[in-house]
Design a protein around this ligand. Structure first.
Ligand code: GLN
Length: 205
């Protein structure tokens, strides 16, 4: 399986290392020919507005959108979650996303008091142990469409509960950054539960 990491801005190297730790040889993606050559894509954390602008500049925005719409498995962490979302609240004017995931996200949702924080949270992959989740100016999910499953949630300072990990058949998004913790469970989940089944069903191994 060839998994690309979109390498325009953000924590590319950390995702590359996580994939290597999962036994997958990663490819960094900056050009369309490189995108054409991968079966699945990771969109790193960073700054969603910058990544979208660079993607447009490198003429990757529409091709990535198209690949996702055609069923290419993709995983986005933090800014990557925003970039996979169909709808973004508190976006800058004209902010673009690749979309594909029927969710509404709110950028920088946790506000200034808890700009960045860490928390051990349940992740619904069948394992009992909690995942150590690092949130950095993170979004949360405000609304999910019918086909979306919530895999993890957190309680915000105002007492409301918000999804922070969601998936569809082919797309996974987390508000937090598993690539920063050295725990490869989320990457493994993406590879084994989303990417591999999608590829096997299309005859790619
Ligand atoms: N707040 C950033 C954005 O809107 C995301 C932060 C992150 O990826 N750590 O893109």
């Amino acid at each position: 399986m060839k998994v690309g990491v979109l390498a325009l801005q953000g924590d590319v190297r950390e995702h590359v290392n996580s994939l290597i730790a999962c036994g997958v040889y990663p490819r960094t993606i900056r050009r369309i020919e490189e995108l054409d050559n991968v079966d699945a894509l990771i969109i790193p954390g960073g700054e969603s507005t910058t990544i979208a602008q660079l993607a447009e500049h490198y003429q990757l925005l529409e091709p990535i959108k198209e690949r996702i719409a055609q069923g290419m498995p993709a995983y986005g962490s933090c800014a990557g979650m925003i970039l996979l979302a169909d709808r973004v609240l508190d976006a800058i004017e004209g902010q673009k996303t690749f979309g594909g995931l029927d969710i509404t996200v709110r950028r920088n949702a946790f506000g200034r008091q808890v700009d960045s924080f860490e928390s051990d949270i349940d992740f619904l992959d069948g394992e009992n142990e909690k995942v150590h989740a690092v949130f950095i100016r993170a979004p949360w999910v405000e609304e999910t469409g019918n086909e979306i499953a919530t895999l993890a949630s957190v309680i915000a300072p105002d007492g409301t509960t918000h999804p922070v990990a969601v998936r569809s058949a082919t797309l996974l998004a987390t508000s937090f950054h598993p690539e920063l913790t050295g725990d490869y469970r989320i990457h493994r989940y993406f590879i084994e539960e989303l990417a591999r089944p999608a590829l096997i069903s299309r005859g790619v191994r």
